[in-house]
Unconditional design. Structure first.
Length: 240
């Protein structure tokens, strides 16, 4: 189930549907080199096989809900790993008071993890059933492997997905191209805040991009993300 992408970073995937569309979902696991602590970003549904694989890598110390939508299996993981700290945004804590959040992800201040940069993607929204909905998303960069982890801020669906997903994302965005979909482009009106956030992300030194939905971008991810958000926000978006 776990796939190693680089030293001390793995992903695991499982099927998932959104409004009937097969989009899959992906969890990222980062291991601290010195302590063998495992940081699990966007947990998927836990299984005995996954538990066994994780135990072979190290000790699960941190669980991260990266935005206001990717929290479905956090409590299940928390019950399996009660010693782990569950991290989420203050907005997610208000939205889901039953989530067993221990610590808040902060938009300012140092990262809580060595070798991992974090950034709040302020201004990013998606179009939900009731209208524009803040994603309250955080992006992460695993510095040693030059890898960033995104959740619903960019997608990259490919030929491996069902025909309906391919057809829909050809129209809505995110097919064979790293980019946000039309849902984010329509809903995100505070482009100044989002531009500032994306510029911070683009100031990081990365090449690989892990997305929650779609294929991992192994090479030239920074250039692709720069192009996508320059088109989305208008004008050139680059590192600060």
């Amino acid at each position: 189930m776990l796939q190693c992408l680089d030293e001390n970073i793995w992903v695991a995937e499982q099927p998932q549907k959104y409004f009937g569309l097969s989009i899959g979902t992906r969890m990222t696991v980062i291991r601290d080199q010195e302590s063998c602590r495992l940081i699990v970003i966007s947990p998927i549904k836990p299984t005995l096989d996954l538990d066994e694989e994780l135990s072979e890598l190290g000790v699960v110390s941190d669980l991260v809900a990266p935005n206001s939508y990717h929290h479905l299996y956090c409590n299940e993981f928390k019950h399996r790993y009660p010693q782990a700290n569950l991290w989420g945004s203050s907005a997610l804590k208000r939205k889901c008071p039953d989530l067993l959040i221990d610590n808040l992800l902060m938009s300012a201040g140092p990262s809580p993890w060595a070798g991992i940069q974090i950034c709040s993607l302020s201004g990013l929204k998606t179009m939900g059933p009731l209208g524009p909905s803040p994603l309250n998303e955080f992006a992460f960069c695993h510095v040693p492997s030059k890898t960033i982890v995104l959740t619903d801020s960019a997608f990259n669906f490919d030929y491996s997905f069902p025909w309906l997903t391919r057809f829909t994302t050809r129209i809505a965005g995110g097919y064979n191209r790293l980019e946000p979909t039309i849902l984010e482009r329509i809903a995100s009106s505070d482009k100044d805040s989002l531009r500032k956030s994306i510029q911070e992300v683009l100031s990081w030194n990365f090449d690989r991009v892990i997305v929650a939905h779609g294929a991992v971008v192994e090479f030239a991810g920074k250039a692709m993300l720069t192009s996508a958000y320059s088109a989305f926000l208008g004008g050139t978006v680059g590192s600060v």
